[in-house]
Every structure is written in structure tokens, then in C-alpha cells.
Design a protein around this ligand. Structure first.
Ligand SMILES: [Zn+2]
Length: 287
């Protein structure tokens, strides 16, 4: 799933390719992606894109008419830029294509979603805060005013474990399953450590890890074409999705804890004093 760094890179890419260009056609292919009906999708047509914004993991195209096309790519969604869109209309069906946006230049992009769980969401609104997921967002961790004091205040009294707290969009916007693993590995902290139990020194370490991990990932993604962002994200990850591989810091084997619909990865030596965390599914497999 694209997280803050990839959506930030998509924002840059689309700013360069869309701003100043007119949307001539918006075609919903999978009707379930559209979460709003007023204004209709067709209200976007005939208007130029004036700006592209990011809100957490949401992408927001603003038009000269003051409308916003707000998208959440969700777990299996992606954006594909086309220098030349196919001439014929897309056929609704079982393919991954969900929405097509065409410009007056013949260029445009497709939003696609793989798999059977359809979570990709598109909203047409007059104000991005009309989108419930955007209205709920906590502060952006790369905002200039997101300082250590602000971070400490968010964690104080936070009774959840760090893993759950970091990926909660209403606490901090934009960090998901992959980057929360990376941040905790960089901070050398257990994903199950309680957020409120951090000492001031640990809060400092985690804050630095958060900012550095995200800033580095944004830098790596910047300038990468939309189509290559997914691969770029993967190469930059040090523990997430790397169960069984050696930790790039200490060489220990990266382990995972699996849940019903996701899993986390960590390095025991770097993060949990060498002790593997309990994982029912893994222990069953190892028996
Ligand atoms: Zn390690």
C-alpha cells in the first residue's frame, strides 16, 4: 500500500503532469470506487487542475472550479500514468481498472485495484474535509511544525503499543504498516512497547527515527516515475516484508508476527533484546 512517501512522490509527479491541464473525461469503470454522488464525477470535466495536495495517504486534485477529486489508494490500489490513453472506452469487467481520468492533451491516468477486496475510494467534494478519512487525520509528521514536543504530547497517555499507535491515522497521518516497521527498527524498539512508557530519551530517539525514515523515503521516491514507485518502496525497506532475511544492521534473522489481516516484521537483536515475540502461526509452522 502506498504510504506517506509514495503519495508525496505521486503528488510531485502529478503536480508536474496535471497542473494547468484540463480534465476532459472522468470514467468510472468500477462503480463501487465512487463514494460520493453530488457533485457528480462529470462536474470535474472541462476544468483545469490547479493544484495537487496530499492529506496523510490521501491524494487530492483541485480544479479551477474549486472541486476536489480525493483518492485513497488503499492496500492494492495504484495510479498508472499514460502518455497516451487508449482511444476506445474502457470496458467494465473483472480487470483491475477502477477509474480513468483523461486530459485535453491525450494523456491521463488510470486508478487500478488488484485483488478481490475492493477498498479503493474516490470522492468528489467541494472541501477535502468532507471526506471522513481526511477529517479524522492527525498531524502530518513531515509538517514544519511537527516538532518533538508535539510528538511527545501525542504519545503521552497513549496506552496502545507503539506499532498500533504509529499506524493510527488519527494520531499521525500517513504512516502505515510498512513504515511503522521501518521506524521501529530504526529506533531499535519493540513494536509491542507501550507508547506512554517511553522515557524522554526514547521519545527523542523515536521522533528522530520517524522523521529520518520518512524523509529518506520521500527523497528516494522523488523523481521516480509513478509506475516505478512500488518497486522503489520495496527496495528501500529494511525489515518490512523481509521475514527470514538477514537484518542489514546486525545480521540476525528478521522475524514476523502475523495477525488476521496483516503481519509485522522486526529484528530480535535490534529491537527485542534478542527475544523473538510470540507468534502463534509461526510457532505452529516451526513445530
Ligand atoms: Zn538487527
Amino acid at each position: 500500500m502506498p504510504e506517506l512517501p509514495e503519495v508525496e512522490a505521486l503528488k510531485d509527479f502529478l503536480t508536474e503532469h496535471l497542473v494547468g491541464h484540463e480534465i476532459v473525461r472522468v470514467l468510472p469503470v468500477a462503480f463501487s470506487v465512487l463514494k460520493t454522488y453530488d457533485p457528480p464525477l462529470t462536474a470535474l470535466e472541462g476544468h483545469a487542475v490547479t493544484a495537487v495536495h496530499r492529506h496523510g495517504k490521501f491524494l487530492d486534485l483541485e480544479t479551477a472550479d474549486g472541486l476536489h477529486l480525493v483518492t485513497h489508494l488503499a492496500r492494492a490500489g495504484w495510479l498508472h500514468w499514460k502518455d497516451r490513453l487508449p482511444d476506445g472506452p474502457p470496458r467494465p469487467g473483472k480487470g483491475p481498472l477502477a477509474l480513468r481520468v483523461a486530459l485535453e492533451t491525450g494523456e491521463g491516468f488510470d486508478l487500478t485495484e488488484a485483488g478481490t477486496q475492493k477498498r479503493l475510494a474516490v470522492h468528489v467534494v467541494r472541501d477535502p474535509r468532507e471526506v471522513p478519512g481526511v477529517a479524522r487525520l492527525g498531524p502530518d509528521p513531515l509538517a514544519p511544525d511537527f516538532d518533538e514536543q508535539r510528538f511527545a504530547a501525542l504519545l503521552a497517555g497513549e496506552r496502545r503499543q507503539l506499532k498500533g499507535a504509529l499506524r493510527d491515522q488519527s494520531l499521525i497521518a500517513g504512516v502505515g504498516n510498512a513504515y511503522s516497521d521501518e521506524i521501529l527498527h530504526a529506533a531499535r524498539m519493540s513494536p509491542f512497547k507501550l507508547a506512554a512508557s517511553l522515557t524522554p530519551a526514547e521519545t527523542h530517539t523515536l521522533y528522530e527515527a520517524l522523521r529520518t525514515t520518512l524523509t529518506d523515503a520521500v527523497e528516494r521516491s522523488r523523481g521516480v516515475a509513478a509506475g516505478r514507485l512500488k518497486a522503489e518502496k520495496k527496495t528501500g525497506l529494511r525489515v518490512h516484508g523481509r521475514t527470514g532475511e538477514p537484518c542489514p544492521v546486525c545480521g540476525d534473522t528478521i522475524r514476523e508476527v502475523s495477525f488476521s489481516d496483516s503481519s509485522l516484521q522486526y529484528c530480535p537483536t535490534c529491537q527485542t533484546g534478542g527475544k523473538p515475540l510470540a507468534d502463534r502461526r509461526m510457532s505452529r509452522l516451526l513445530k
